[in-house]
Design a protein around this ligand. Structure first.
Ligand SMILES: [Zn+2]
Length: 316
């Protein structure tokens, strides 16, 4: 892995001016979430429904938002739009999660290797991701008779395929648990209030054009979905929410939880900052956001934890 990234950031960044009495130049803190946003919010779309490609993705792109799509690459609905899933949707910034190949459950451990393992391989292959790139896993909702491996076997498969289980569907389902924009937005606002992470799991999205004569499973009405996206974008623009994919939030949180930042050398014009984390850099290479006090100002910047010193230097 290329870890030769060194940062040298300049001091004339715009930032909050502090009274000089309150200053401790060089003092550096790690932001709770990327860009020092207050909370994190994840949009998740399950099952590779056509309306994801037809409606959800274009509306997300229009607003500069991203989401995690839990795909089932062996399902007919996915195959019908495979050109989009293989070559377009991820290029537009969307991230894929593993929802098993066919969503039909698993007969036994051998079948699970195919259902879960092949889906992980599909995702890495089409997106050109390396083996160590973590992939989010979303358990498909099937009856107990159709799920014939133990929780330990699932855990083993997740580990073998470098996958991270997503948080549970319970109380987070659009249409199923929550019907109105206000109810769904309350989840996002909870993330802001708690400075935590929240999420919403969506299945179909209402399709007006093209009129296929039917809607996808649990289709979320456009007159709820579009205003919801607008309200989320507003919170993103106001710096309140980091709207991201599950793995990025997981990496950030994991790295931040054991991260330590030290200022090794400081003068009025130069600081050496060292950022380390106990998280394994092979899987956890997401940049963390740091905020360093400089005379009359603060600067905010991203750095990948490691052994490379970060140099913050005044140039004028
Ligand atoms: Zn599903």
């Amino acid at each position: 892995m290329n870890r030769s990234l060194a940062l040298c950031l300049l001091l004339f960044f715009l930032g909050m001016a502090l009274p000089s009495s309150a200053q401790d130049p060089g003092e550096t803190r790690i932001a709770k979430w990327k860009d020092d946003r207050t909370g994190a919010f994840l949009l998740m779309f399950d099952d590779s429904w056509p309306s994801h490609v037809q409606v959800a993705v274009p509306e997300l792109v229009k607003r500069g938002l991203i989401a995690t799509f839990y795909v089932c690459p062996g399902k007919g609905e996915h195959l019908k739009f495979s050109a989009d899933w293989d070559n377009k949707v991820w290029q537009q910034g969307m991230v894929y999660g593993n929802h098993t190949m066919t969503h039909k459950g698993v007969k036994d451990y051998t079948n699970a290797i195919t259902e879960i393992g092949d889906c992980a391989r599909y995702i890495r292959k089409v997106t050109g991701a390396k083996e160590t790139k973590l992939v989010s896993y979303g358990q498909p909702g099937v009856g107990p008779k159709d799920w014939n491996i133990t929780p330990e076997q699932l855990k083993e498969l997740l580990k073998q395929n470098n996958m991270i289980d997503r948080p549970p569907f319970a109380n987070h389902g659009a249409v199923y648990h929550w019907k109105t924009k206000e109810e769904m937005l309350a989840l996002a606002d909870k993330a802001i209030t708690n400075k935590g992470m929240e999420y919403l799991v969506i299945h179909g999205v209402e399709r007006l054009k093209p009129d296929w004569g039917y809607q996808d499973f649990w289709a979320l009405k456009q007159d709820v979905f579009f205003p919801l996206l607008d309200a989320l974008k507003e919170r993103q623009d106001k710096h309140q929410l980091w709207i991201t994919d599950h793995i990025s939030a997981h990496q950030y949180e994991t790295e931040r939880n054991t991260a330590e930042v030290k200022v090794l050398e400081r003068s009025a014009s130069k600081f050496h900052v060292e950022l380390k984390t106990k998280a394994d850099p092979v899987y956890y290479d997401h940049p963390l956001t740091l905020i360093t006090r400089v005379p009359e100002d603060t600067i905010r910047y991203d750095a990948i934890p490691g052994n490379i010193p970060i140099v913050v230097e005044k140039t004028q």
